[in-house]
Design a protein around this ligand. Structure first.
Ligand code: GLN
Ligand code: ZN
Length: 732
């Protein structure tokens, strides 16, 4: 077996430093360019990445980490798991990714505990696995033509099948992987990387047996490259001895999230993930070198903890950041430089530490370094006051709000128009004054209020026209956060987010949303619902400091939101919604850690909301169907009204949440599609809800915010929603 390079990364961003892939995709989807144009754009991005990694001095270059949409979808295509119904589409790949005329896309969900979304493989009795290795082989050849030998990266068989809930198909799938290995070997590929992040979660004895069987079999394949099985996002735990007992030559460990294993791995190559792929902080060389030094293996390769997909490309553009903060940061390119420097330091004669110069600035003074003092948490973790029991609150709210049965409302955002986005860009560019911008926001709020009045909604919203994003907007107005200019991270397909960087103690120097909410309320006699993002979600969708426990960081944000809740109440808002759509996302992968997380996450939410008086109605909103694991926690939030996605997940979620005993708004239509639901359809969903829930607790609302829809769609849909609710009311 050939030796492994001394440094590598598990994967790299692919959207393009200027989101070139996003533009190429959107142009292709809208028919403005051809598939050949798109493929050319992809090839350009791959070339740029390999060249850059080589320039930075990285040893092992990965390939097949590029994707036009998603690496799990790519793996499904690789293995022939393309459902029949997509095969005749003009472009089956994008039909699976995004749907097409009359054909819904594959289900999409979050990749482990990240904010990246993958397409769930659909594997049924009719699935015939059949290898199509054109993509990985094509990338190997493409790189070779540029002068680079690469290590193709493919999602491993166990993770792929676990994501597709079809582990029983292992034997068949392994046949495809064997063929793939043979094809790569024939191509002269030295190493292949099989990603098995599922192995860092709790695995049953049967699943562990599948891991053993898979890698025994692939390890004994007659013709194959060296096998590198990568794990990430945590500790391999009980999977490590299983994997170590198979013939795979190299094992990747996440030494940022997981500890250095006590096991003696001499005989294996360990690809040691000491540079975090999940945060934006510079690596503490002391810690990294200590971890590297304590791994017992035949070779220790310096690497990232996971793919760098989850961090932005480069700090080069971020000239607007405070120099002190910027000095503590590392994005993908800077992390690659760290990997290279650490590998040099580990090499015989490596002198980085003695000379104390260069990359690491001569000392272990980095953020997250060993000696950085944490800031003490100022206040106690539990809410300082609890609200009255629900019955007391409900009575106070009913007397005050005087809502009809089956009250209608929305989740907060109304369509974000191109003019608003352009106006925000103009303010940033200095071509529009803040005052002019604010007048436009007010005009939009007025429009949203009038639309809702005309449609006859009962609880109105201001429509969130001032917000670019439900997290970034708050980050821009809170102390302790910085926002980047170009720090885009892929969320799914062509979609990216720009996670704010939470780097210091969080504070709220001034009210944030009060002025807009109060303005909206001043325009109407109907109740307007104030709209805030919850502390867990703000933290989940930001890069956060790692010198404090996550819990303490979330509590600091909770305190800021608590002040905002109080100020909204004081400004006359009698309903306040605090969204917490990311509550599920931060759930630890290991069951043993979940209860503790849920306990503090719920406590943080209550801390944020418990300052409201009994008369103020607190709403919360969550938008995913796989809420099953956290139902008790959602109940624990103790919100007076919970709106939740249910149009797609249907009766299952209704049954599950019916025990809450407080207000519930199961979504009556899916906002992800431009389709306008008919009145009958909404009515029948409501009837179904009324079978499970007492009428006085049911609210009527869409599944989620309306910001990605057009006014035309929204008005037509909401008109039918209001009609459906009104039709049912007299019968009650
Ligand atoms: N209030 C937000 C909106 O309506 C909620 C978005 C979300 O749930 N992700 O857009
Ligand atoms: Zn939502």
């Amino acid at each position: 077996m050939s030796s492994f390079p001394t440094s590598t990364v598990l994967g790299y961003p692919r959207i393009g430093p200027r989101r070139e892939l996003k533009r190429a995709l959107e142009s292709y989807w809208s028919g403005r360019s051809t598939r050949a144009d798109l493929d050319r754009a992809g090839a350009g991005l791959r070339e740029r990445t390999w060249r850059r990694l080589a320039e930075l001095g990285l040893g092992g270059l990965p390939s097949n980490t590029f994707s036009l949409y998603d690496q799990v979808l790519d793996t499904a295509v690789l293995l022939g798991a393309v459902p029949e119904r997509y095969r005749d589409a003009a472009d089956p790949y994008f039909a699976m990714a995004r749907g097409t005329e009359g054909l819904a896309p594959l289900r999409m969900t979050k990749w482990f505990d990240t904010n990246y979304h993958y397409l769930v493989p659909e594997i049924g009795p009719e699935t015939v696995f059949e290898l199509d290795a054109s993509k990985p082989l094509g990338e190997v050849r493409e790189a070779r033509a540029l002068g680079f030998e690469t290590r193709p990266v493919v999602v491993g068989p166990v993770t792929f099948l676990l994501l597709g809930s079809a582990l029983e198909r292992l034997e068949e799938v392994l046949g495809c992987y064997e063929e793939l290995l043979a094809a790569l070997a024939a191509e002269g590929v030295a190493w292949v990387q099989l990603d098995e992040p599922a192995l860092v979660g709790d695995r049953t004895p049967e699943e562990l047996a599948a891991v053993r069987a898979a890698y025994e079999r692939l390890g004994s394949a007659a013709s194959r490259p060296g096998l590198f099985v990568a794990s990430y996002f945590g500790d391999l735990g009980e999977s490590l001895p299983v994997l170590a007992g198979t013939p795979v030559e190299a094992i990747g460990l996440d030494l940022v999230r997981g500890g250095v294993p006590a096991a003696d791995l001499t005989g294996k190559i360990v690809v040691a993930g000491v540079v975090s792929g999940r945060d934006v902080w510079r690596t503490s060389p002391g810690r990294a070198l200590a971890a590297l030094g304590s791994v017992r293996a035949s070779q220790v390769v310096v690497s990232t903890s996971c793919s760098l997909l989850h961090v932005p490309y480069s700090l080069t553009d971020e000239t607007g950041l405070e120099p002190e903060l910027r000095g503590r940061l590392a994005f993908a390119e800077e992390k690659v430089a760290e990997v290279v420097a650490l590998a040099a330091a580990c090499a015989p004669g490596g002198a980085l530490f003695e000379t104390g110069d260069g990359l690491f600035g001569g000392g272990d003074t980095l953020f997250g370094g060993d000696d950085v003092p944490s800031v003490a948490l100022p206040s106690a973790p539990m809410p300082s006051e609890e609200r009255s029991p629900y019955a007391v609150r409900a009575a106070a709210q009913a007397g005050h709000l005087r809502l009809p049965p089956l009250p209608t409302t929305t989740i907060g955002s109304f369509p974000q128009t191109g003019e608003l986005r352009a106006a925000r860009a103009a303010v940033a560019a200095g071509t529009l004054s803040q005052a002019d911008y604010e007048r436009r926001v007010e005009a939009e709020i007025e429009r949203v209020i009038r639309v809702q009045e005309r449609l006859g909604l009962d609880v109105l919203v201001h429509g969130e026209p001032e917000r670019n994003d439900m997290v970034q907007y708050f980050a821009e107005h809170l102390d302790g956060f910085a926002v980047t200019r170009n720090g885009w991270v892929q969320s799914y397909g062509s979609r990216c987010t720009r996670p704010p960087i939470l780097h210091g103690d969080v504070g709220r120097p001034a009210p944030i949303t009060v002025r807009w909410a109060a303005y909206a309320q001043s325009l109407t006699s109907r109740p307007v619902k104030g709209m805030l993002t919850g502390p867990v979600t703000i933290v989940a969708w930001s890069f956060v400091r790692d010198d404090l426990p996550l819990r303490d960081v979330v509590f600091q944000v909770a305190d800021a939101i608590r002040q905002e809740v109080r100020d909204l109440e004081a400004a006359g808002l009698s309903i306040i919604q605090v969204d917490e759509p990311a509550l599920r996302e931060l759930l630890p992968l290991r069951r043993s850690a979940q209860a503790e997380y849920l306990e503090w996450a719920v406590a943080a939410y209550r801390r944020a909301t418990s300052g409201a008086s009994d008369r103020t109605q607190i709403h919360t909103h969550l938008c995913y169907s796989d809420a099953d694991q956290i139902l008790a926690a959602i109940d624990g939030l103790d919100a007076d009204v919970t709106t939740i996605e249910s149009a797609r997940s249907g009766a299952r979620i209704l049954g599950a949440v019916s025990a809450f005993g407080r207000g519930l708004g199961p979504g009556v239509y899916d906002i992800h599609s431009p389709r306008v639901p008919s009145t009958e359809e909404v009515e029948s969903l409501l009837r179904r809800a009324l079978e499970e829930l007492p009428v006085e607790r049911v609210w009527v609302n869409p599944d989620c915010g309306l910001k990605t829809r057009t006014y035309e769609e929204v008005e037509a849909s909401l008109a039918n929603v209001v009609t459906a609710a009104r039709r049912l009311r007299p019968a009650l």
